[in-house]
Design a protein around this ligand. Structure first.
Ligand SMILES: [Mn+2]
Length: 349
């Protein structure tokens, strides 16, 4: 996949990789790992967390996955239901001997009470596919060519010759499905389809996952989508589509910040656009921006300019102490400048 400038160069410098021998040896020694994901977990985050914890248990490793308040988007609750009853805990157990952080681009995005510092006393592992990941753990396996972290967990299991149960296969398949938008994004490689095919062979319940992810919209989520459609704007040149959800939009729909997932796919679905953005105020006073690039357009540079990160064509930002109008205005200016090949104005963040 060709991407522009910095993102492209960085991707080039980080080649597709398997975990190092040191990583595998250290991982082979853990006995009571706690598995951590990122804030506002998506299907890939939950799939890689729960799938890894669940498969380690079949190896007599006492793994748990930590999810504060068991909070997820409503549409992803089914993934919790797939797990062993005691697999998902709210706090890091005192007896944990290691931490495995999956699908999390930076330490500050770790979804654990007290943040990544709360894990500082433990040897740590990172399994991730964000090219901006700074290798923040003791042992790191970052493969930016992987479409999903769930697919990486599957590759790890294959390398280690761990047997995958149908439940683990379903959890990992949900993650692969999620991060490729149902195998429709440019990150859908032959390798990722091969992984999906092997997960199917291992017993992944494709119709259940497909129904849950694509055809199980609750009334509250549906109301939220209606407002995303309602608020969608396209710039005069047709290059940028965006929408927004105010704090009132989200709460009046019966939703919360946790339910903001991939609604940016609505402005993104417009023909001919190059950048799609969704602005949401899930928490009063904090504006989250989801950015997507279409075709060859990378949006990572825009996200990084505002202190965010992610992938070349799927990135995010959080802006505090700013109004929705102000953030939309600044992001539109930065997106236009980016498409014109100009440097964005300083003072983004
Ligand atoms: Mn992911």
């Amino acid at each position: 996949m060709q991407t522009s400038t910095r993102a492209g160069a960085r991707e080039e410098s980080r080649r597709r990789s398997d975990p190092s021998k040191g990583f595998l040896d250290a991982l082979g020694r853990v006995r009571r790992p706690v598995i951590v994901g990122h804030v506002t977990p998506d299907a890939d985050c939950l799939g890689s967390m729960f799938g890894l914890a669940q498969v380690l248990r079949t190896r007599s490793v006492g793994a748990v996955a930590v999810l504060p308040h068991r909070r997820t988007a409503k549409k992803l609750h089914f993934m919790l239901d797939l797990c062993d009853r005691d697999l998902v805990v709210e706090h890091v157990p005192a007896e944990a001997d290691s931490a495995i952080v999956v699908d999390t681009a930076s330490a500050k995005r770790s979804n654990v009470e007290g943040g990544f510092e709360a894990l500082a006393h433990l040897p740590s592992f990172v399994i991730d596919h964000h090219m901006t990941n700074p290798d923040f753990a003791t042992h790191n396996w970052v493969d930016p060519h992987a479409a999903s972290t769930s697919g990486m967990v599957y590759r790890l299991a294959s390398l280690m010759r761990w047997t995958i149960s149908p439940t683990v296969a379903s959890l990992l398949y949900a993650g692969v499905h999620g991060d490729t938008a149902g195998f429709s994004l440019p990150n859908t490689t032959a390798e990722e389809l091969r992984i999906a095919s092997e997960l199917l062979t291992a017993g992944a319940d494709v119709s259940h996952i497909g129904e849950q992810l694509c055809r199980s919209q609750g009334r509250h989520d549906f109301e939220l989508l209606r407002r995303v459609y309602d608020h969608t704007h396209v710039t005069d040149d047709g290059r940028i589509a965006y929408s927004f959800l105010s704090y009132a939009d989200i709460t009046e729909s019966g939703c919360s910040a946790d339910d903001i997932d991939d609604q940016v796919s609505i402005p993104r679905a417009l023909k001919g656009i190059r950048i799609a953005m969704l602005f949401t105020e899930g928490e009063a006073g904090v504006i989250r921006v989801n950015l997507r690039g279409e075709g060859q357009t990378s949006v990572l540079e825009i996200a990084e300019h505002f202190g965010g990160g992610g992938h070349a064509q799927s990135a995010g930002i959080r802006v505090r102490h700013a109004s929705m109008d102000d953030v939309i205005h600044r992001l539109l200016a930065a997106a236009h400048a980016h498409l014109d090949g100009r440097a964005p104005k300083p003072g983004g963040a």
